[in-house]
Design a protein around this ligand. Structure first.
Ligand code: GDP
Ligand code: MG
Length: 163
């Protein structure tokens, strides 16, 4: 069976951009409108030389953090159920938000392997900004820039190790 890697996180953190980067193709809809990816997308990809099934998700709505609306929640829950490892994506530039914290708590309860991915970490301050995600208690943040292709090799290795 091909292992499944689900990409989760609140809207606009760059999940679909990361999905496209890992898939090596432009498959998901990347949009500046929060929550643009309404439906789950999947692709087969090669991660550290090994085939995986990638799932992109719609994410959670911005506010209020405790309420997770029906369809987006269903998308995240279904993907997490199928996942062998979850990539929990946060936005290093925006910093950690209440929605990220709520999402992190929800993920912790699921008892699945989670990799914390701090996206938009390109540039001089990127790595430093990514470290703020430590506070989520989900281990070492992996700084990446899905858009610029930075940190993707390290992410591949972390995924391969988690599988
Ligand atoms: P999603 O809602 O989580 O799927 O986010 P998208 O992939 O649609 O991206 C949301 C916005 O963030 C878009 O404007 C992307 O171009 C932008 N974005 C994605 N990845 C990066 C990145 O690594 N760096 C920067 N600066 N912007 C990014
Ligand atoms: Mg999306």
């Amino acid at each position: 069976r091909i292992p499944t890697v689900a990409i989760l996180g609140r809207p606009n953190v760059g999940k679909s951009t990361l999905f496209n980067r890992l898939a090596g193709r432009r498959l998901a809809i990347v949009d500046d409108t929060p929550g643009a990816t309404r439906d789950r997308k999947e692709a087969e990809a090669t991660v550290a030389g090994r085939p995986v099934r990638l799932l992109d998700t719609a994410g959670l709505e911005e506010a209020p953090p405790e309420t997770i609306s029906g369809r987006m929640r269903a998308s995240s829950e279904a993907a997490l159920r199928e996942a062998d490892v979850a990539l929990f994506v946060v936005d290093a530039r925006a910093g950690i938000t209440p929605a990220d914290r709520a999402f992190a708590n929800w993920l912790r309860r699921a008892r699945k392997p989670v990799l914390l991915v701090a996206n938009k970490a390109e540039g001089r301050l990127g790595g430093q900004q990514a470290m703020e995600a430590y506070e989520l208690g989900l281990g070492d943040p992996i700084p990446v820039s899905a858009e610029h292709g930075e940190g993707i090799g390290a992410l591949h290795e972390a995924i391969a190790e988690a599988l």
